[in-house]
Design a protein around this ligand. Sequence first.
Ligand SMILES: Nc1ncnc2c1ncn2[C@@H]1O[C@H](COP(=O)(O)OP(=O)(O)OP(=O)(O)O)[C@@H](O)[C@H]1O
Ligand SMILES: [Mg+2]
Length: 274
Amino acid sequence: MLELRNVTRMFGRKAAVDNASFRVDGSAFIGIIGRSGAGKSTVLRMMNRLTDASSGEILFDGRDILTLEGSAKRAWQSQCAMIFQQFNLVPRLDVASNVLHGLLNRRSTLATMFSLWPEADITRALEILDRLGIAEQAPKRAEALSGGQQQRVAIARALMQDPKVILADEPIASLDPMNAQVVMDTLRRIHEEDGRMVVANLHTLDTARRYCDRVIGMRDGRIVFDGTPDQLSTGVARDIYGADESFSEDATSTSIDRLGSGPDRRFAETMISQ
Ligand SMILES: Nc1ncnc2c1ncn2[C@@H]1O[C@H](COP(=O)(O)OP(=O)(O)OP(=O)(O)O)[C@@H](O)[C@H]1O
Ligand SMILES: [Mg+2]
């Protein structure tokens, strides 16, 4: 379904991504890990054509998406929605309008300028917000929400596109452990219930182990690990992060695991099932 074949991205003489290949059959929840500068964001940005590859192919359902231009490229971009660390919402705009902006690719600028949204789209936006447990936030300005709520609005905006793939670039890096868990649980639920593929760059090992079906480890632009969370031992992690014997997993932990199944965990579950 998704396959990278010998994908390279040069910046000057430096390879940000160096001959990367992997293949995902069917839908899966994929985590990409690696230290800062390893090339994780560049991989995602090439997938949704925010940046071009220098060489190689990215196949989705048998088609090389790197060759798409014009309307075909825009159609692909709406099929693979992107979520960012900093949410990228319009802060002064209300939540519902932010979600409706997920449809921008498909609308005329004029209609958008005057906020002329068809009622069916507005209903859908509210349904999605309801599904993510934040329906009551719809009329508020995005900037008035907590980080975790804002990231759920960004996920709602992504869902508005009805994407086949959700690309998440460090979606929880700016959140506290509680909100991080709510956001990751939300992404996992969307993957399981809708069958959408999720590819998430994650900066912590515990999150990758807990939520992903498969983890890809990058180091200096290369893929140095591709396996299941079970195979991601401390030794393997040390190698991915290029660390020595003193490497501690706590240094790359979101502490989600420490929320365990106690009251905090239940609180988080209530938040998303509301
Ligand atoms: N637009 C650019 N121009 C020049 N170099 C770039 C550009 N974008 C990325 N790079 C370089 O490519 C390499 C990979 O960057 P990338 O942002 O993909 O890493 P990353 O794994 O996402 O890191 P982080 O964890 O810090 O987000 C880095 O050395 C970076 O400096
Ligand atoms: Mg990055």
